[in-house]
Design a protein around this ligand. Sequence first.
Ligand SMILES: [Zn+2]
Length: 531
Amino acid sequence: MARERLYLFDTTLRDGAQTNGVDFTLSDKLAIAGMLDELGVDYVEAGYPGANPIDTSFFVERRPMRARLTAFGMTRRPGRSASNDPGLVALLDAQADAICFVAKSWDYHVRIALETTEDENLASIRDSVRTAKAKGREVLLDCEHFFDGYKANSAYALACAKAAYDEGARWVVLCDTNGGALPHEVERIVGEVCKVIPGDRVGIHAHNDTEQAVANSFAAIRAGARQIQGTLNGLGERCGNANLVSIIPTLKLKPEYADRFEIGVNDDALGHLVGISHGLDELLNRAPDRHAPYVGESAFATKAGIHASAIVKEPRTYEHIAPERVGNKRKLLVSDQAGRSNVLAELERIGLPLNKDDPRVTRLLDEVKEREAIGYAYEAADASFELLARRMLGQVPHYFDVEKFDVNIEQRNNAKGQRVTVSQAVVKIKVGDEELISVAEGIGPVNALDLALRKDLGKYQSYITGLTLTDYRVRILNGGTQAVTRVLIESTDETGDHWRTVGVSANIIDASFAALMDSIVYKLMKSGAPA
Ligand SMILES: [Zn+2]
């Protein structure tokens, strides 16, 4: 039997960005969009052009990807024409494949929040959908507060959805904006909507305020909806959005869904789910949830004891899926398989395909494990991983040595009698037979060290002039008895490439130094600097 296509719509970069404490930079957004595209979601909603400079600049140029890049915005304002609404005009100018409008579908909100009439709200939906379609965009309509609205006035909520559908919107998305709906309610209401609007034009957007956003999404699918909106790791304001990292493996691995539906995520991408989930956490500079379903470190961990030997003999007795399917691993067994396949996939990505039985893969894997045990994380440090791999293969030239460095912080009164803190770094470098000493002052010790390191690299200086650091993140890890510091640095250069490096030490300056060195060496290598 042919399986029905089910569509995944990711809004990590729009709704997920509403999370308290989350501030994506443009390069974060581009990195996450790339991860989502590799994962195989159908839509990447990247932001709200016009709402803030980062979202606006994301959509200034075409960002080529497999997924349909979607811009979010409001329907035209009441009392205005579509062409006379600057917000709508900005949205139509965005370089996106699709536009997702949000509109009120609860009569109470139309009157109180929008201060307009029910008819004018419907006209605004129709005009906005029509205008965006005329611009050649695929159109989606998020019906805000749909479930609360439906309970209060089902005819009006349905009229809003129907207005968008009749104008040719590809998707009408039913939103549980307050996140308070329960699965049996969602199943009933979506079922009623699907009698009026075909289910393959209906989507679900659930929030997690009763810890049931994932369950509500599946309830909607059971009732006929064919698009699920959600975010990576359930990121989102308050209690979050429906977690695609939990939804995807359920759709792929549970026969009830896997036999009926096909999604854009293939088995190979599914096998990298742990890496994607943890990669997002690294970018957010937060520790992955150990107990996250499917991808948490403890998701397949069983305390050694009575279950241990049974698991060794027959894992299926204690596991609901094979952890490798999502790139996770059983914690009880010392199984290299998951780690090995991640390493092999990474090697292929950087253009170093090795046979899986190659002893060098084992050596690299051991090295990665050893380093991870002391706090390194390579999911978000692509350049450091590549250096580690290429060093092992003898492909990284020895460019220069740092013979010593000295970082000095001084607090004193300046000439105006103000209290100031001054950081200064001195670096002694040996390039071939040439000894170079550089001194720099910076905003803080790491900045001073960075400036001094890059001030004079002798014959290599011309290769690093375009190198700039774009981000610097510190995390204190409590590994065992003593805290260690992990530093993640993001760099860019004149070609627009971005790369990330990592350093770990009990000392923040040492950790920063290691990450800075990796960044410089990576830049020299990628620029083809001679040994
Ligand atoms: Zn939402």
